[in-house]
Write a protein that binds this ligand. Structure first.
Ligand code: DX5
Ligand code: ZN
Length: 219
């Protein structure tokens, strides 16, 4: 990959005009649309469910990247897949039988991702890594948009990058939280090739310029 893919998080969009907001970033160079699902149990906040996910699906043709910050995600995987999720990520911390959950996502025909919190060691992924299409490294504590980046997480991204490369896997690494045009280079050079940005894109007056600037992080 020669430059990062960018997945704007709709958490920071104006939900009163969600379809227009998504269409705007889709026309401005976004690669995926990131949907942050929160249940008020795994994280303190409550956000989006399958209904809004389906509305996001109808608003663009980009891959829909659904990040489930919920307990017992297996109960809801079919609903989110049916709502149009192309990529589904669950949290390692929320899954008692992570391997089974990953297989469940794949059986539904979606690409499978696993997210890990800032304090979680990447070795929890050792025995599922070969099955994953995506690893989501949380660079903030999940629950809210607009938080400050926890930059002590960068060495974890680097270690995971080397492990994936040494195994010759196609697994993508996504960094989620605190990505802005002025720090995107650090994420890219650590080895994260998909960058989620909520407030960094939707909070910018010129979203196309913000997306261009984040993508320019590779140079
Ligand atoms: C945090 C979410 C992130 C977040 C990103 O729980 O998973 O996707 O919305 O937002 P920013 O870019 O504002 O940190
Ligand atoms: Zn997210």
């Amino acid at each position: 990959m020669t430059r990062p893919m960018i997945a704007p998080s709709i958490l920071s969009a104006d939900f009163g005009r969600l379809a227009d907001e998504i269409a705007e970033v889709a026309d401005s160079g976004a690669d995926w649309i990131h949907v942050d699902v929160m249940d008020g149990r795994f994280v303190p906040n409550i956000t989006i469910g399958p209904l809004v996910t389906a509305a996001a699906r109808a608003a663009c043709v980009l891959p829909l990247d659904v990040h489930l910050m919920i307990v017992e995600p297996d109960r809801y995987l079919p609903d989110f897949r049916q709502a149009g999720a192309d990529w589904i990520s669950v949290h390692a911390e929320a899954c008692v039988h992570l391997h089974r959950t990953v297989q469940h996502i794949k059986e539904l025909g979606a690409r499978a991702g696993v997210a890990i919190n800032p304090h979680t060691h990447e070795s929890v992924l050792d025995y599922v890594l070969q099955d994953l299409d995506l690893v989501v490294i949380m660079t903030v504590n999940p629950g809210f948009g607009g938080q400050k980046l926890i930059d002590s997480v960068f060495p974890k991204v680097e270690r995971l990058r080397s492990r994936i490369d040494s195994l010759g896997l196609p697994t993508l690494i996504q960094a989620d939280g605190g990505v802005k045009p002025d720090n995107a280079h650090s994420f890219w050079s650590a080895g994260a090739h998909v960058l989620v940005s909520g407030s960094g894109v939707f909070g910018a007056r010129d979203r196309a310029a913000a997306i261009r600037a984040i993508k320019a992080a590779a140079s």
